[in-house]
Design a protein around this ligand. Sequence first.
Ligand SMILES: [Zn+2]
Length: 181
Amino acid sequence: MTIEAHLLISWLSTVEVLKNRRERVLSTLAGVAPDLDGLGIVSDMITSTTNYYIEYHHYLGHSIFSAIIFASIASIFAKTQQLRVWILSFVVVHIHILCDIVGSKAPDGFHYPIYYLYPIDPNFSLIWEHQWELNSWQNIVIFVALLALSFFYLKRKRITFLEVISKRLNKVACRMYERYL
Ligand SMILES: [Zn+2]
């Protein structure tokens, strides 16, 4: 799925479980961190001589080992609820992996596998033959539902996913909601 969808899913998973913004942000970042392994695309586009995206995307960041690493980093930086942060971060990385298995087919029809045991077993991969495309209607419907749920939390708890970027941005969104809705 897209990085925006991963961010919303991860953030929404934290809202009822973690009390403070800092910990919610850390677990949300853990939930999008798997896609760091796709950053090689920048080098591929600039140099045209590397092929890092194909070589590493869905390998390095989408394994059980990276889930453990991301969860551990998030809980190290957490000031409260460290165990919850670890468990939740581990879970959101797996939700990310599941979403990629379900809805990340390339426009050319290529089914992106997930190398869940990389690098211990680079040949083991998870794939779903009915995987839908990244730009499919299913992903759009899910994204709209995620936005609706986010709006529900804005209304109910006065928090938004914008808190992942900055506290101030979150406040501005809440103020706009109170003024215009
Ligand atoms: Zn991913």
